[in-house]
Design a binder for this molecule. Structure first.
Ligand code: ADP
Length: 367
């Protein structure tokens, strides 16, 4: 990975009326990176893209592209001079323009010699597998083809940065999966720096070199998919990335980074060795249903530091690959686990898990 910063976002804020859509957000993006911007609807993802594209003006902070100031409260470089192109969620294709003319559009404005222009268009059409469709109108294309036209049009002027706003939201299941890997391969081949908005955690993890996770306009975590998944920075990020089981507890320090958690007597590892959690501190615990092992019989032995609990089955729902089991643990803690067969409601089972997969977060005073 190239370590030259292409995009520098410093303490950027954007208000709509009194609502802060982006709240003092800072990050550096490196050349050639694919960044997935992940967060819930209304979290500020599109606003962030618009600020980078120059379609919205910040109320505070600065954006630089290769050290050049492009956005601040006092100065804005025009969008077309930034080397940034955007692909919108609905593709924004022109209904009366052919595939060829869409791709030619930006190049015509660059006043390239005709032969060079034709050559560029041909290679883009080939790259995006649109050959043979040159004369079609958007209404004569499938959703996936329309998406590729929108991307070809954005790539035609060889932008340094591509911004994509939920580009897959109009595609269904299988095509979405296929486009995911094709797009990633294409951007890597071209070396384009990409910021890619999605609200789908799985898509974000699969596409990105790094995830930029935002909530209510604030940066929650920016890191590799693996790091975000294995050590979510906040309980909220943990929940977004599948750790939906949640409980609070007070803890007693055991040894090193290991904690005993009463009264369920489970043990958790603090995922952040540099964050001290003192004895007696209340914590929020998070775990993923797929990490909880249900045993129908009492095990003879367990790996070191694994604990046993005895919850009661409340419900079993079939989800195809597995059954989702709703469990009730003392005292009144409801949580989910995945299991490979049906379990009768009312049955008391044994559960255990790898303590490395139970995340503990100190609860702030008053929190
Ligand atoms: P996301 O893309 O994550 O769904 P947005 O960036 O579209 O979120 O929106 C962030 C917040 O800013 C939302 O509360 C939204 O209602 C508000 N917002 C976005 N654009 C505008 C606008 N042009 N005028 C007023 N409010 C806006």
């Amino acid at each position: 990975m190239n370590n030259k910063v292409i995009l520098q976002i410093s303490s950027i804020s954007k208000k709509y009326d009194s609502h802060l859509a982006i709240n003092e957000l800072s990050c550096d993006i490196y050349e050639g990176e694919i960044i997935s911007i992940l967060g819930p609807s209304g979290g500020g993802k599109s606003t962030l893209l618009q600020l980078i594209a120059g379609l919205a003006k910040p109320d505070a902070g600065e954006i630089r592209i290769y050290d050049r100031l492009v956005s601040s409260k006092h100065s804005m470089l025009e969008p077309e001079k930034r080397g940034v192109n955007m692909v919108f969620q609905n593709y924004a294709l022109w209904p009366h323009m052919s595939v060829y003319d869409h791709v030619a559009f930006g190049l015509k404005r660059q006043r390239l010699p005709r032969a060079d222009r034709d050559q560029s268009i041909r290679s883009l059409l080939q790259l995006l597998e649109l050959q043979g469709l040159e004369n079609r109108l958007p209404s004569e294309l499938s959703g996936g083809q329309q998406q590729r036209v929108a991307i070809a049009r954005a790539l035609a002027t060889t932008p340094q940065i591509m911004l994509l706003d939920e580009p897959m939201s109009n595609l269904d299941g299988y095509l979405r999966l296929q486009m995911r890997s094709e797009l990633k391969a294409l951007f890597k081949k071209l070396g384009t720096t990409v910021l890619y908005v999605t609200h789908d955690p799985e898509e974000a993890l699969a596409m990105a070199d790094r995830l930029l996770i935002i909530k209510e306009g604030r940066l929650e975590q920016i890191d590799t998919p693996q790091s975000c998944y294995l050590a979510p920075a906040t309980p909220w990020v943990a929940g977004l990335l599948g750790a939906i089981n949640r409980t609070t507890s007070s803890i007693a320090l055991n040894n090193d980074r290991m904690f005993n958690i009463g009264p369920q007597s489970a043990r958790a590892l603090n995922p952040f060795p540099d964050v001290q959690i003192p004895a007696g501190q209340r914590v929020e615990l998070r775990s993923r249903p797929e990490d909880i092992m249900i045993l129908e019989q009492e095990p003879e032995s367990l790996p070191p530091n694994y604990d046993l609990n005895r919850p009661i089955v409340l419900d079993s729902s079939f989800e195809g690959k597995h059954w989702r089991i709703t469990l009730l643990n003392e005292p009144d803690i409801l949580f989910y686990a995945l299991h490979n067969n049906y379990l009768e409601p009312g049955l008391q089972v044994w559960i255990t898990m790898d303590p490395n997969k139970l995340f503990a977060y100190p609860i702030k005073e008053g929190g």
